[in-house]
Write a protein that binds this ligand. Structure first.
Ligand code: SF4
Length: 296
């Protein structure tokens, strides 16, 4: 893929394109370790900021089942990729550091981000997502094949609610909760600029809603209860006073979109037009206005 030889999984700091980690990056080995390192990364902007958080996420080993699965897949490989090294580590968030649009997905795919190291990259789901981002003027290229391929996002960052590839794409509730502090810490960095969260599927919706609640946001129409996921669903969240994180008042729109899974795209449950409509609405809500593609 890169012309260089890498072990699978790729050791931190081995020269893999876009690897945020170094051999000395602290490794979380338990839920308590995730909380401790994430809390430190959330408040130490001067100590490396988002890059330090990405690095810590990318070497995390807190969930034994997921660590074993991601590494087993990286060694066994899919036949089509047998000659390639596999990342075999958690996929950190990817995109700009102060985005207006945050896309929240479920988890890396075993032969997608778990192979390439970049979220939603190297599989059919990613093909759909990046092509749509490109049509919306938010991605330089219509494809995202591998780390170091020249892809670049504008105004946008993509994260997974759970950072490691899970068997059958199904993390357990305990794994979801263990990974949640990474998303909270990332939100501490991103929340001042983010105006719209595009939640892919019910899992991404729930993860985003819970994370925003933890940093002090509530539904503007609080009497309506917890927001329900649906394609095109739109819910405004506000933090009217200084929240638990000490942040300033703010507001953000949670925007639902069917997940770009092959199950949804193959069956036509999610069409390109439906995805374009959601991203177009996100661009509008973010105040970015219609733009030509980045490469135009
Ligand atoms: S799922 Fe999250 S918490 Fe669990 S090992 Fe992966 S990065 Fe760490």
């Amino acid at each position: 893929m890169t012309g260089a030889k890498f072990a699978s999984p790729v050791p931190p700091g081995a020269g893999w394109p876009e690897d945020p980690a170094a051999p000395e990056t602290p490794v979380a080995k338990s839920a308590a370790g995730v909380r401790r390192i994430a809390r430190g990364a959330a408040v130490t902007r001067a100590g490396g900021g988002l890059a330090a958080l990405d690095a810590a996420i990318s070497v995390c080993r807190a969930c034994p089942r997921l660590v074993a699965w991601r590494e087993d897949v990286a060694v066994a490989k899919r036949a089509a990729y047998a000659a390639q090294p596999y990342w075999g580590r958690p996929a950190p968030g990817w995109g700009v550091e102060s985005p207006q649009i945050l896309v929240v997905g479920l988890a890396p795919a075993a032969h997608g981000a778990n192979r390439t190291g970049r979220v939603f990259t190297g599989d059919r789901s990613g093909d759909w997502l990046y092509a749509a981002l490109h049509r919306a003027g938010l991605a330089e290229l219509p494809t995202s094949d591998h780390a170091g391929d020249g892809q670049r996002l504008s105004h946008t960052r993509i994260v997974a609610a759970v950072r490691c590839a899970p068997p059958q794409n199904k993390p357990t509730p305990a794994e979801r909760d263990t990974c949640a502090p990474w998303l909270d810490a990332e939100l501490a960095h991103l929340e001042p600029s983010v105006r719209v969260v595009v939640a892919l599927g019910g899992f991404g919706w729930e993860a985003a809603w819970r994370a925003y609640q933890r940093v002090g946001y509530e539904r503007r129409d609080a009497a309506a209860g917890a927001p329900k996921f649906g394609h095109g669903a739109e819910v405004e969240l506000t933090r009217p006073t200084r929240g638990a994180s000490g942040g300033a008042p703010g507001s953000v729109t949670l925007l639902g979109c069917y997940h770009v899974s092959q199950q949804n795209t193959f069956t036509g449950r999610l069409t390109e037009a439906m995805l374009d409509d959601v991203l177009g609405r996100a661009v509008e809500l973010a105040g970015l206005g219609p733009e030509p593609p980045l490469s135009a």
